[in-house]
Design a protein around this ligand. Structure first.
Ligand code: GLY
Length: 389
């Protein structure tokens, strides 16, 4: 489709009760923000919850100009980058300011930035006047292929991540691959891990393509990126269409996440470990668990590790500057919100392109696995130091 001379691809997320929304993907999509906003609000202002990086790199300027060209002025609420902003304090502060500035039911909200702003802004939109129209404009690879699609919104509580939130679907998602030009390499690699996840859980053909082209995706090759983002969004759209509220198949999107959340919880959600890096290590742990259960083969694991490495994302604890402890990591897994009757629900890959949810995983094995990973990391690092001297 051509919009204002911009070539875009559109993926539709079909939902129950005749609801649906579009994800527009391409270069220059930010310039269509005004046109989309105009269809959602008759008012001459819009609320824009924006990550400070999207402002710093001038991506928001493009959105602002597009809005102004259709007579809409954004009221901007800047959000500090980082997981710390997904807090009650930031949520309350922004809600109070928006309400004090005045809103009505037909007000729309733009959430622009990475996963943090998408989740926070989405939750604000879901709860303002019991729900106002939401436009997601994800600017990181991770948020473009995962968090901006599917309607999971929320903030963190002291007891854990994403414990307060709502399923609240956006009216439209605008993905401009141009925003990735200013994304640090490490964050590109982090998003790449979530892309590999789709191949592992549902799409062997996509995995095989990534196995050949993953480096191009992580390096920002325009054609490879476009294909990877579109295919990821299509995979997610299909899963969300089948199970919007995560009563079944949607849980597969959490491949590697039970391990990842334990790692992130232990490293206190700091830059020591980015979410996608934790997911990458978590996916590998999930494959090791699957091999133990007889559901995957060692050759699957080798291929997945190689595919992740193509994108230069971390694949082992030895690459993380933190002293982990197997007891602490195993305990942290019980803080996952996806516990069912006190049992941890793991996503277990069945080879490549298929996975199941299981709450029958032997936790003694998981403890032993963490222990082994920690020992391997120490051994690798000692060897590296030895080689350096
Ligand atoms: N990020 C997982 C999901 O949206 O269900």
């Amino acid at each position: 489709m051509k919009q204002n001379n911009i070539t875009t691809k559109t993926v539709t997320v079909p939902l129950s009760d005749n609801r649906c929304y579009d994800i527009h993907i391409g270069t220059g999509v930010l310039k269509t923000a005004g046109m989309h906003a105009k269809t959602l609000t008759p008012l001459e202002y819009i609320i824009a919850v924006v990550d400070e990086n999207a402002c710093k790199h001038r991506h928001f300027d493009t959105v602002k100009q597009s809005l102004q060209s259709v007579g809409i002025t954004p009221r901007i609420y800047r959000v500090k980058s980082g997981e710390g902003s997904k807090s009650f304090a930031t949520y309350t502060d922004i809600m109070e300011r928006i309400i004090a500035d005045g809103i009505e039911r037909k007000t729309a909200l733009i959430a622009m930035g990475g996963g943090v702003v998408g989740d926070l802004g989405g939750f604000i939109a879901s709860s303002l006047l019991r729900g106002i129209a939401l436009i997601q404009i994800p600017t990181t690879l991770l948020s473009q292929v995962d968090s901006s699609v599917g309607g999971k919104t929320g903030i963190n509580a002291s007891a854990g991540k994403n414990l307060v939130g709502a399923f609240y679907q956006p009216s439209v998602v605008l993905i401009d691959t141009h925003t990735l030009h200013t994304l640090p390499v490490r964050h590109m690699a982090s998003g790449y891990a979530e892309i590999v996840k789709y191949g592992c859980i549902t799409n062997k053909k996509f995995f095989d393509w990534l196995y050949k082209n993953g480096d191009k995706v992580a390096c920002g090759d325009p054609h490879a990126l476009m294909y990877a983002i579109r295919t990821s969004c299509q995979c997610k759209a299909t899963i969300v269409a089948e199970d919007e509220y995560e009563n079944g198949v949607r849980a597969l999107l959490n491949l590697g996440h039970t391990f990842a959340h334990a790692l992130e919880n232990t490293t206190q959600y700091t830059d020591v470990l980015l979410h996608g890096e934790a997911v990458s290590i978590g996916i590998i742990m999930a494959y090791k668990t699957a091999i133990h259960m007889g559901l995957s083969r060692n050759s699957d694991l080798q291929q997945v590790v190689a595919c992740l490495r193509l994108g230069r994302v971390k694949t082992s604890l030895g690459q993380v500057d933190f002293s982990f402890d197997a007891d602490v990591l195993t305990r942290a897994m019980y803080k996952d919100k996806k516990l069912s009757r006190g049992k941890i629900r793991f996503v277990i890959p069945r080879g490549i392109g298929d996975a199941v949810v299981s709450d029958a995983v032997d936790m003694d094995f998981i403890h032993m696995l963490w222990h082994r990973e920690i020992i391997d990391a120490r051994t690798d690092n000692t060897a590296k130091m030895g080689n350096a001297t």
